[in-house]
Design a protein around this ligand. Structure first.
Ligand SMILES: NC(=O)c1ccc[n+]([C@@H]2O[C@H](COP(=O)([O-])OP(=O)(O)OC[C@H]3O[C@@H](n4cnc5c(N)ncnc54)[C@H](OP(=O)(O)O)[C@@H]3O)[C@@H](O)[C@H]2O)c1
Length: 257
C-alpha cells in the first residue's frame, strides 16, 4: 500500500461499526494500520466484529452506544481516548431508515431518524473536533451520507432529509475546521447489499423497485460493503489532505444516469 494511504498510529472511531458498511470500514482501517473503536447497540454483534478486528492483528475496542442518546456521546469519545489515545479519524456511519411517506410519519419516527442519522453526527463531530483542535495535529471527519441525500423520495423521506443535512454539515464544518487541518468530507454510497437494504432485495412487494434500481445503476448491481472501503481509507488518510467539504460518491454510476 502506498505510504499516503496508511493509517499507522491513527485512532479511528466508526459508529455503527458492527455490521454492513461500518464493519467493512472498521476492518479496512485496521488493515491500514489504525486502532479502531466501533460504537453500536447490539453487544453480540459488537463482540463478534471485535473478534474479527483483533483477528486481523489490530488494536480495537467495541463500545455499546446508542448514538441517539445525546448524553452518551461525549463519555463514549472520552472512553475511546482514554483506552486508545486521541482521536484522529471519526466516521459518522450509524443510521437507519423508516419506510413511510411523510404523511404516515409519526413525530417519533421523525425524531428518532433525525437523532440517529443527523444530530448524533453533529455532536460527535463537534466533540471530536474539539479534541483534535486541542491536540493541534489535524484530523479527519467522514460523514457516511447517501445518494438519497441528493434526491427526493416518498419511500424514506426522513432518512433522505437527514442525509441532505449531513451533506450540509460536511460543507459547513469543512470551512470552519480547515484552519485546524481537519478535513471533513462525506462519502455517499449507492445501493449496497446490507441489512439496511434487505427490504428492497428480499420483499416481493418491492421487486419492481429493486429491478428499477439495479437497471438504473450502470454497474448493474448493488455494491458489496467492501467496495465502499477504499474511498473511506482514502478520506481517512493523508492522501486526501487537500480535499475537504467534498461529497465522494461511490454508487456504480447510479447518480449520473
Ligand atoms: N446500504 C445502502 O444501500 C446504503 C446506501 C447509502 C448510504 N448508506 C449508509 O451507510 C451507512 C451504513 O449503512 P449499512 O447499509 O451498513 O446499514 P446496516 O447494515 O443497517 O448497519 C447500520 C449500523 O448502524 C448501527 N446503528 C443503527 N442505529 C444506531 C444507534 N441508534 N446507535 C448506534 N448504532 C446504530 C447498527 O448497529 P446496532 O443496530 O447494533 O446499533 C449497524 O451497525 C449508513 O449511514 C447508511 O445510511 C447505506
Amino acid at each position: 500500500m502506498s505510504m499516503a494511504f496508511q493509517l499507522n498510529g491513527k485512532v479511528a472511531v466508526v459508529t455503527g461499526g458492527n455490521r454492513g458498511i461500518g464493519r467493512a470500514i472498521a476492518l479496512g482501517f485496521v488493515h491500514a494500520g489504525a486502532a479502531v473503536a466501533i460504537m453500536a447497540r447490539d453487544n453480540v454483534r459488537n463482540a463478534s466484529t471485535l473478534d474479527e478486528l483483533k483477528a486481523q492483528g489490530g488494536q480495537a475496542i467495541a463500545l455499546s452506544v446508542d448514538v441517539s442518546r445525546r448524553e452518551a456521546l461525549k463519555p463514549a469519545l472520552d472512553e475511546v481516548e482514554s483506552r486508545l489515545g486521541p482521536i484522529d479519524i471519526l466516521v459518522n456511519n450509524a443510521a437507519f431508515a423508516v419506510l413511510k411517506g411523510l404523511l404516515d410519519h409519526t413525530e417519533e419516527d421523525w425524531d428518532s431518524v433525525l437523532a440517529t442519522d443527523l444530530t448524533a453526527c453533529f455532536l460527535l463531530s463537534k466533540y471530536a473536533a474539539q479534541s483534535m483542535i486541542r491536540r493541534g495535529n489535524g484530523g479527519k471527519i467522514i460523514n457516511v451520507a447517501s445518494i438519497a441525500g441528493f434526491k427526493g423520495t416518498a419511500i424514506f423521506p426522513s432518512y433522505a432529509i437527514s442525509k441532505g443535512g449531513l451533506l450540509q454539515l460536511t460543507r459547513c464544518l469543512a470551512i470552519e475546521l480547515a484552519p485546524y487541518r481537519i478535513q471533513v468530507n462525506s462519502l455517499a454510497p449507492g445501493w449496497t447489499a446490507t441489512e439496511m437494504t434487505a427490504w428492497i432485495r428480499t420483499d416481493p412487494r418491492y421487486e419492481e423497485l429493486y429491478k428499477e434500481m439495479v437497471t438504473r445503476t450502470p454497474a448493474g448491481r448493488f455494491a458489496a460493503p467492501e467496495e465502499i472501503v477504499g474511498a473511506a481509507v482514502f478520506l481517512a488518510s493523508s492522501a486526501s489532505d487537500f480535499m475537504t467539504g467534498a461529497d465522494l460518491v461511490v454508487d456504480g454510476g447510479f447518480f449520473v444516469r
